[in-house]
Ligand binder design. Structure first.
Ligand SMILES: Cc1cc2nc3c(=O)[nH]c(=O)nc-3n(C[C@H](O)[C@H](O)[C@H](O)COP(=O)(O)O)c2cc1C
Length: 179
């Protein structure tokens, strides 16, 4: 793939805030997650777990991400994929915990990026939801208190004729310094 093609792909990925009624098949959700797991991580520790909430717990997770009128659109998502640190996170030996935990949030962010891009490649719309109450989410999902949940990814097919928005990004000159 050349850079222009990759740029076009990146331009096609956008936060989807209007999902259609067509549900995403479980196999498609699994495939998106499987491909996303090719993400790099510090020392290849892969300190993560993904919880695709599609069943009855979805209502509780929705309430968590929809406080104060936020993220109403997520109600129509087929799945809310919770991006969390690995179950063993809190049980690691002190030395290991220090070494690995330092990078866990970075690793989970990179995994999330891979997840939304994999969804795009599968024709599935996505929106990262960072608005959440981690402590309550851990309770809802029965996760230990050391499990981090930096974000959730809402997945669903975009509504028909959902427009591709123009990207608003800082110009390179504001961001890049070449030394
Ligand atoms: C860490 C993170 C948290 C986000 N949280 C939310 C959120 O709670 N609700 C929402 O609608 N969008 C959320 N977004 C999406 C951003 O608003 C969006 O990526 C940004 O405006 C750029 O638009 P684009 O994704 O369409 O290119 C989040 C994005 C990131 C990376």
């Amino acid at each position: 793939m050349d850079l222009k093609t990759l740029e076009e792909f990146y331009l096609s990925r956008q936060s989807c805030r209007e999902f259609s009624d067509t549900p995403v098949a479980r196999e498609t959700i699994e495939e998106i997650c499987r491909v996303a797991l090719l993400a790099p991580s510090a020392m290849n520790a892969q300190p993560w777990q993904l919880i695709a909430v599609v069943g009855e717990k979805k209502a509780d997770v929705l309430r968590n991400v929809q406080r104060l009128g936020m993220n109403k659109f997520a109600s129509k998502a087929t799945a809310l994929v919770v991006v969390a640190s690995a179950k063993s996170g809190g049980l690691m030996k002190v030395g290991e915990a220090f070494k690995e935990n330092e990078f866990v949030r970075n690793d989970l962010g990179i995994l999330t990026a891979h997840l939304v891009l994999a969804a795009e490649a599968a024709g599935v719309g996505s929106c990262i939801l960072g608005w959440r109450n981690e402590e309550k989410l851990r309770e809802i999902l029965g996760l230990g208190k050391n499990v981090l949940i930096p974000e959730i990814v809402a997945l669903g097919y975009p509504a028909q004729d959902y427009p591709v928005r123009e990207k608003k990004r800082k110009p390179l000159s504001d961001v890049l310094t070449v030394l």
